[in-house]
Design a protein around this ligand. Structure first.
Ligand SMILES: [Zn+2]
Length: 130
């Protein structure tokens, strides 16, 4: 198996099984020993991630505005500490409405990807004061 991030082969191993919070599925979590990324292999299961996320999030209350959150503020501090410097850009894979990205300063590049259409339509409007 190859790593989904660094694309190298032969450095990926299964580290544990995780029960999905979305559907009745227990899947293997893999880790790459080179880049330390963790992921699951959707090819191992007969699932459609797009429809799973859509079904899950369409029943959630849509966000109406951006609110600073202590949990996400702490995650940003942890990331800066791990990196040892301030990031110049950040990519949030599975960003939901982008709330986590909004906790990074607006002078860095912030990008997010999201499979769920229902999250896309519930992204709160952000007022830019500049
Ligand atoms: Zn890797």
């Amino acid at each position: 198996m190859y790593c989904r991030i660094c694309k190298k082969e032969n450095n990926v191993k299964s580290i544990r099984s995780i029960k999905s919070p979305f559907i009745d599925l227990t899947y293997k979590l893999y880790e790459c020993s080179l880049c330390r990324s963790k992921f699951f292999n959707s090819d191992e299961y007969d699932i459609n991630l797009h429809s799973i996320y859509n079904d899950y999030y369409k029943n959630q209350n849509p966000a109406t505005s951006f609110i600073k959150d202590k949990y996400w503020e702490n995650q940003v501090k942890i990331i800066k500490k791990i990196l040892g410097h301030k990031p110049q850009s950040v990519l949030d894979a599975g960003c939901k409405t982008g709330d986590f990205l909004m906790h990074f300063p607006d002078n860095i590049i912030r990008e997010g990807v999201e499979l769920s259409d229902s999250n896309y339509y519930s992204v709160p409007k952000v007022v830019d004061n500049n």
